[in-house]
Each structure stands twice: as C-alpha cells, then as structure tokens.
Design a protein around this ligand. Structure first.
Ligand SMILES: [Zn+2]
Ligand SMILES: [Zn+2]
Length: 393
C-alpha cells in the first residue's frame, strides 16, 4: 500500500471507531479523578486497547494507574509511543481536557494497528498519571519505562492550534520562617516576627524580578501569616513557583530566590527552612523534524494552525522531562474560542462540546498520519534522532 492509501485507510478506521472514542472521552470527563487515583480512566482506556488486541501491562514503574499497551507482532523499530494523560484538577474537574488526551492516543494507536500493521515499527500507548503537579512521567522515566522507545507524541487541548509551544521548567519552594511570639503591644521587643520574614522575602523577590531575563516567572502566595494581630507571629510561610526556559539559568534563579529568603531571615532574626519539591518539571524541547511532519498532516486534515509564537503563553508540564530524554512533540489544538482557556470552568464544557469533539477526532487522524509518515521513512527517523542528538550537544 502507498502512504496515501494507508492514510485514507487509517482515516476510515478512525471514523469507524469514532463513536467508541467519543464515548470514552465523555466517560472519563464524567468521572474526574485526581493525580495518581485515575483508576477508572486507566480501566476504560486499557480495556479498549485489550479489546483491540494490544498487550497491556498495568501499574508500570511502580505507579498504580500507569500502563503500557503495545501492538502485538510488529517489528520493534522505530518505536513510537503515544502518550495518554487522564488526570483532572481538584474541584473543577476536567478543566485541562485530559479526558481527550487518553482518547486520542488510544484511538490513534488502535487505528494504526488495525490498518497499518504491515508497516515497519512498533506503536504503543503509555498511560502517564498525574500530569497536574504530580509528575508521573518523571517517575516513569526514572524507572526506565521509556528505555526502548525511540520517540513520543501526544496532543493537548488548548485555546489555540499550535504545533510547537515551548514550556518552562518549574520548581515549587516553600519558605518557613520561625520567630518568637510575644504580646504585640506590651512586649514587642521580646518577639521575633516571622511574618516580616515572609513579607520581606516577597518584596525582595519583587525587587529581583526586574533584574531577570524575560522568560522567568516567579509567583507565590502566603500560606501562613500568624494567628492574631496582638500576637507577634512566631511562624509564617510562603510558597513560590520559579519557572524558566533555560535549565542552566533556572538553577541560577533558584539560588537568587533562596538568597531573597535568606536575606529576609537575617534582617528579621528568624530561622528559615527551605523545602524544595523533588519533582522538577524540565523545559520542553520540541523536535522540529517531527513537528514539520505533523504540520504537513495538519494541512492534510484541513486544519489551520493559529499564528502564535512558540514562546507565547508558556506553561509547564512533565512532558518537558520526556522531551529531554527522547524526541517528543506536544501539539495543541483549540477546543473552543480563544477566550476559553485551560483550567477554567468554560474549558470543562469545551472538553465535551461538539466543536471540541470534532477537533479531537481531527487530531487523532493527524497523529495517526504523522506516525505513518515516520514509519514509512527511515530517513526521517534518522533526521529526528540526529536533531535530538545535536540539540543535546
Ligand atoms: Zn493543566
Ligand atoms: Zn494539561
């Protein structure tokens, strides 16, 4: 079969699977589950894969709700993993559209396996829990789950359609100041004010911000600020996120932010504890050879990419960590108007809307056609790997 034949066959197959895929994305949407507790979603996705003759392994890398599903009887190389996310956000539900991500990756993999099994290469779906803060992919990388995978793809719902968007590294830090309480009017000189430590830290960071490169973001909240106005607070704390596009500069900025807190501790006479969350999201490194192939298929599918720069509206994700380990792309697709943004109640609705669902089906076709192009061109595979190696140098 020629590439064109394969592509039209895979599109037909996706149209055949469409009702089931839409149903899966709706079911996951109707039962939002938080990071590391996505057992319902993992059940639904893996039974869909099993029914279609995939070999499924649950709970890989020590995570209860992770999985890997591989198409049986295919040649091993190149090996493409389609990434499934399926966690929701606290209270608000599926406000990041992850119900669609699982459906897209499983739908595309099944269609590819059903019609393009003669092609060289291996397709698998890797279910990665806890993208919203837990960093499931980081744990799976550490456990060697991606060791035999050559490259990875996924597609993320958004307020825009964009093939390449960059993402920032992010770390969470908590500063706890310990002072000494005292009557705020009668014996203020006996006290050591922990809240002042927090306020000075906040202000020091505000002063630091002007001296930083433009892709840095630092933002935080006060999580503890004392008990009563007439008690000098003996304990106060603040939690900050620090983000940057450049890993090396990121380390420098983290150190500068810590110095802001250390300076505040010195000025107030407080003791300071700094807790840094161990899961650090790395910046996203796009593979431009893969991106170009996907861009070509976006046009084939009759979709239009929005003209929005790579460095506009940058967030952070654990796909960033994966992109540092193997060639990866993470296209975004609009599921509503530009004003309907991720993590809002409107986005929850868009994630099951008619427009959103139509876009989801188009994305499945685009991902599947991109895989066909990669499977059928050893030269492209080489180019993808070469670009990845060069960007590491
Ligand atoms: Zn999100
Ligand atoms: Zn998301």
């Amino acid at each position: 079969m020629t590439i064109d034949h394969l592509k039209s066959a895979v599109i037909k197959e996706i149209d055949r699977l469409k009702p089931e895929i839409i149903n899966i994305s709706r079911l996951i949407h109707s039962k939002p589950e938080l990071a590391y507790n996505e057992s319902f979603a993992a059940d639904i996705l893996t039974s869909f894969l099993r029914k279609n003759d995939f070999k499924v392994e649950r709970g890989i890398g020590g995570l209860k709700t992770s999985f890997i599903a591989s198409a049986k009887g295919r040649r091993k190389s190149p090996s493409i993993a389609l990434i499934a996310e399926y966690d929701a956000l606290p209270k608000i539900g599926h406000a990041c559209g992850h119900n669609m991500i699982g459906a897209i990756s499983t739908g595309a993999a099944i269609a590819l396996k059903n019609v393009a099994s003669s092609m060289a290469g291996k397709i698998s779906v890797i279910g990665t829990p806890a993208e919203e803060g837990g960093g499931g992919k980081i744990k799976l990388i550490e456990k060697g789950v991606f060791k035999n995978i050559d490259m990875a793809m996924m597609a993320h719902p958004s307020n825009k359609t964009r093939v390449v968007g960059r993402m920032l590294a992010v770390v969470e830090m908590t500063f706890t100041f310990i002072g000494k309480s005292s009557h705020a009017a009668a014996f203020p000189y006996e006290g050591v004010n922990a809240l002042d430590g927090v306020i000075l830290t906040y202000n020091n960071i505000n002063a630091l911000r002007q001296q930083l490169k433009e892709d840095v973001r630092i933002h935080g909240i006060i999580t503890e600020g004392g008990q009563a106005p007439n008690i000098i607070p003996d304990r106060a704390s603040a939690r900050f996120y620090v983000r940057s596009l450049d890993m090396k500069y990121f380390e420098d900025v983290i150190e500068k932010v810590k110095e802001c807190a250390r300076g505040a501790a010195k000025a107030t006479g407080c003791k300071l504890r700094i807790d840094t969350r161990e899961t650090v999201y790395h910046p996203f490194k796009p593979n431009y050879v893969m991106a170009e192939i996907l861009r070509y298929n976006i046009k084939l599918a009759g979709l239009k990419e929005d003209s929005i720069g790579e460095k506009e509206s940058m967030g952070s994700s654990d796909i960033g960590n994966l992109s540092q380990v193997i060639p990866t792309i993470h296209p975004e697709f609009a599921i509503g108007k530009r004003s309907v943004v991720n993590h809002s109640p409107e986005f929850v609705k868009a994630a099951v809307s008619k427009f959103g669902v139509d876009m989801m089906i188009k994305m499945i076709k685009i991902i599947a056609m991109t895989a066909i192009d990669i499977f059928s061109s050893p030269e492209k595979v080489k180019e993808i790997k070469t670009e990845f190696r060069r960007s590491n140098g």
